[in-house]
Design a protein around this ligand. Structure first.
Ligand code: SF4
Length: 195
């Protein structure tokens, strides 16, 4: 399995998914296909179940995640945990990944070229995890997954048998209590998707 050797993303993703979680992890750990690797301490791969009902996709690792190698392990992670409790999900029900696996400098948004370089990993993870619902945490996750903006906040769409839903990134709720209430309303409207 070698991501840089092919240009057909479908073939690359298929090959990665067939190789399994262990090989995919090794491939991510040794990847230097974009400049984000230079400033990263640890690539941040995933956390949660390998058979999730719900897959959350965030933007990129931050400082804490870069240190721990675990997605959403910092302040935004606490907000995500609150959301997950509110959604009624158990540990076996969900997994969490990001659009890029290495931390962008100064927590800037990942560039389109960086997202494109890392996309085969994200798509292979989706194929392997095979969730019923993908929850995109914010616009960057939507752009990475959909290739552009096409979703309304909290309005699900079905694509290739998977339900896709965009809600707010947990970081948006750290300082805004009102945003948390809006998020809860989006969750309440969509509970039937995972219950
Ligand atoms: S962000 Fe993704 S593509 Fe870029 S170096 Fe890290 S693993 Fe490779």
């Amino acid at each position: 399995m070698a991501k840089a050797e092919g240009s057909d993303i479908f073939a690359i993703v298929r090959e990665m998914a067939l190789a399994g979680f262990g090989d995919l992890e090794k491939e991510i750990i040794r990847c230097s296909d974009c400049s984000l690797r230079e400033g990263a301490t640890n690539p941040v791969i995933m956390k949660g179940s390998r058979t999730p009902k719900v897959l959350f996709i965030g933007e990129a690792p931050g400082r804490t995640e870069d240190m721990t190698g675990i997605p959403f392990s910092g302040r935004a992670g606490k907000k995500l945990d609150e959301m997950i409790v509110y959604m009624g999900l158990s540990g076996e029900d969900y997994a969490v990944i990001n659009t890029v696996k290495c931390r962008p400098p100064n927590n800037r948004k990942p560039l389109k070229s960086e997202i494109a370089a890392c996309r085969p990993f994200m798509m292979a993870q989706i194929k392997m995890l095979a969730p019923k619902v993908i929850i995109l945490l914010g616009n960057t996750a939507e752009e990475a997954f959909c290739g552009g903006r096409e979703l309304e906040w909290g309005t699900p769409k079905v694509a290739e048998g998977i339900t896709i839903l965009k809600i707010y990134h947990p970081a948006a709720m750290i300082y805004q209590r009102a945003r948390m209430e809006e998020q809860k309303a989006l969750i309440d409207r969509n509970r039937h998707l995972w219950e």
